[in-house]
Design a binder for this molecule. Sequence first.
Ligand SMILES: Cc1cc2nc3c(=O)[nH]c(=O)nc-3n(C[C@H](O)[C@H](O)[C@H](O)COP(=O)(O)OP(=O)(O)OC[C@H]3O[C@@H](n4cnc5c(N)ncnc54)[C@H](O)[C@@H]3O)c2cc1C
Length: 391
Amino acid sequence: MAVAGCGPAGLAAALLLARDGHRVTIVERFAAPAPIGSGLMIQPTGLAVLRSLGLDGALIARSARIDRLSGQAGGRTVLDVAYATLGQAGLCGFGVHRATLFSVLHDAVTAAGIPVETGRTIAGSEPVAAGGRRLVFADGTRSAPFDLIVDALGTRTPLAPPCGRALHYGALWANLDAVPGFAGDALEQRYRRASMMAGVLPIGRPPGAAADQVAFFWSIRADRVAAWRQAGLAAWRDEVQALWPATAPLLEQIVDPDCLTFARYAHRTLSRPAGAAMIHIGDAWHSASPQLGQGANMALLDAYALAKGLREADGVAAGLAAAVALRRRHVRLYQALTALFTPVYQSDSRTLPFVRDRLVGPLSGTWPANRIQAAMVSGLIGSPLRPLALA
Ligand SMILES: Cc1cc2nc3c(=O)[nH]c(=O)nc-3n(C[C@H](O)[C@H](O)[C@H](O)COP(=O)(O)OP(=O)(O)OC[C@H]3O[C@@H](n4cnc5c(N)ncnc54)[C@H](O)[C@@H]3O)c2cc1C
């Protein structure tokens, strides 16, 4: 089997498939596999998959436990989500640097002896007459045939037809040394309407770092990034500090626009995530803005479902159908929820943030809104772990 892509979905799928006795090769475009981006949150859903691989301890040791998500607009609390409201002992999220999640999974792939072919940019695939499928590379060469290709190439996969839409808003991200003045156990955000948002997420101590870090993000429209860059950092720092004065010592660490990486988001969901000798998992199947913080977790759940589907079904085609069936409902639910909530926090609308700040916000800390929000953020709405028989 070939696993295309060395992100969370590909690495987890390779580990789970190899553990079931499949012969797996990972194919990746990077010369040296490396994670892109800043911080992310591992939810109880993603952690359950890591636990099944025996990797939860390694991740937890290098991440920051997150018990709450809080958001303020104009001095009002408009988001107040605590995992504890779900009443399950120990339930929480973990803020991690992407490199931490990557290295935990990649180290396990190396230890399991799974081969990783690097420096191979995939351009497409083609079916093989005798059954199976081969990869077609950007340099025109072709791979040997595989029984199954697992597409874990992320949201811009060349192995699936384009679909969905790019969102107008994205965010500038940076990893910075943690400073006093922020909760060590919370994702904190500040908003002005839905067009301005800053966030600080503790991410523990990434590989190679001497101190604990936070991921800082600043929401920005994609068509304003060039103007932001040209305007220089001073004006931008004043804007951020006016919104959130406590960020001053974080902003001092940003000495150059290149300290910030712009990530643009897209909402897309493949209607047919599996075909002949091919399945699309993770962002290759479905991607969304990180507003609900589920992408990496959904990728891990997809990988787990794939291994379970293949293990329990008779043959590859039946296994792929079973894997899709195990995940489809949860994927649809969270794609819809993310599409619904993203404009409340990232858009040019004036009505949505007005309703958020004056009507929904005040309810955020009270029952049942607090429980619904906690279940949504933890990824547990729709009970995704039950069909996978994951605790
Ligand atoms: C700024 C930002 C913040 C986020 N925050 C969160 C969060 O808090 N929680 C959360 O769960 N998720 C979050 N996400 C989403 C999460 O990062 C993704 O959902 C997750 O990385 C998807 O994993 P994946 O393995 O499917 O794809 P990817 O991580 O995109 O991995 C794809 C891999 O395929 C390789 N590849 C791509 N194209 C080719 C090619 N043509 N040939 C060969 N190799 C190729 C890439 O190099 C990469 O290694 C965030 C995303 C962004 C952008």
